[in-house]
Write a protein that binds this ligand. Structure first.
Ligand SMILES: *Cc1c(COP(=O)(O)O)cnc(C)c1O
Length: 316
């Protein structure tokens, strides 16, 4: 349920039946539900390290134990975590713990790591890593019966930009191990600070226990609509992510905003006071729309609405 929406897109493209697994009380993939739903038609189990909504890391070691008897693939989505978790493991920042989530676990067959996120390269440069060449081969398309000659394409896109490859290579070399380690350390420190500050606000509740770049929280106070808080923060120039079921917000920490935690808390407290007073008048009043989308049972209406909005963006 917390896996990135990209898995829905992949399933739609390839006509693969998606079996969604709920989360346990820690927000991690539920092992008991996974055990119940495993069957011999399952081709792959997908875990996140961490997931986008709440920055929660699925228990990959335990998932591996559960899937290994079925002989299917295990993918770890480390799109967000790939350039952070290895360095958190080495950072020895107080309050963080070592996490196993990748190829050190034998059942993991593939991973995705976004060079275009914390690798600081351009969008479009992301990578998939495979356990072995024999698995990677399934990604290739070879055509020998074409009048255009022998054709081999290694990836889903056909022609790709060499400039992107060069820029990604340059970013990796520019930051290097030490650059990424330094960045990870400052992000972890900011994350610990933000978590501490949110914990101290009695009307709010932190979601998840893992210390990652994502810090998510919800409202415990019926008089404070978290979506109104978002509108008011947007007015003040912040950009937070709006989450559903439960209604919540997350702040994504990057090296561009590590020094803004106390500013954010000041503005968050102002927004809460304003929301509680009931006298707010936001320029960005989207709270009713988010609130409604949360309650809609027939989501195909919302799907259509999203597609219409996309159409109108494309035209303008
Ligand atoms: C960003 C992200 C993706 C998808 O990446 P896109 O390049 O935006 O499609 C997948 N999983 C996670 C956890 C992500 O954060």
């Amino acid at each position: 349920m917390s896996a990135h929406a990209a898995i829905h897109k992949a399933a739609e493209y390839f006509n693969i039946k998606l079996i969604l697994i709920g989360t346990d009380r820690h927000g991690r993939l539920s092992l008991s539900e996974l055990k119940q739903k495993m069957n011999r038609n399952v081709i792959l189990v997908y875990a996140s390290a961490p997931g986008y909504p709440h920055g929660i890391i699925d228990p990959v070691e335990d998932i591996a134990k559960c899937v290994s008897s079925w002989g299917c693939c295990l993918h770890v989505d480390a799109c967000l975590g790939g350039f952070l978790l290895p360095f958190i493991n080495d950072s020895q920042v107080h309050g963080t713990k070592k996490i196993k989530y990748g190829f050190e676990i034998p059942a993991v067959t593939s991973m995705s790591v976004d060079t275009h996120k914390y690798g600081c390269a351009h969008k479009g440069s992301s990578v998939v890593l495979y356990r072995s060449r024999s698995i990677r081969k399934f990604q290739y398309t070879a055509v020998t019966s074409w009048t255009g000659g022998m054709y081999i394409s290694p990836s889903q896109p056909g022609s790709r930009s060499g400039g992107l490859v060069a820029q990604t290579w340059a970013a990796l070399n520019y930051f290097g191990h030490d650059g990424y380690a330094k960045m990870a350390r400052s992000i972890v420190e900011a994350s610990l600070l933000l978590r501490k500050r949110i914990l101290n606000i009695p009307q709010l509740e932190l979601i998840g226990e893992d210390v990652t770049m994502i810090v998510a929280w919800k409202s415990k106070d019926k008089g404070i609509d978290i979506y109104v808080i978002n509108d008011l923060l947007t007015d003040m120039g912040w950009h937070l992510s709006v989450l559903h079921s439960p209604p919540a917000l997350h702040f994504c920490i990057t090296s561009a905003n590590v020094d803004s935690i106390d500013l954010l808390i000041d503005d968050l407290l102002k927004a809460m006071k304003c929301a509680k007073s009931g006298k707010h008048n936001s320029k960005n009043s989207r709270a009713p729309i988010y609130g409604m989308a949360n309650k809609m049972s027939n989501t195909s209406i919302v799907d259509d609405l999203l597609k219409d909005v996309q159409d109108s963006i494309d035209q303008s």
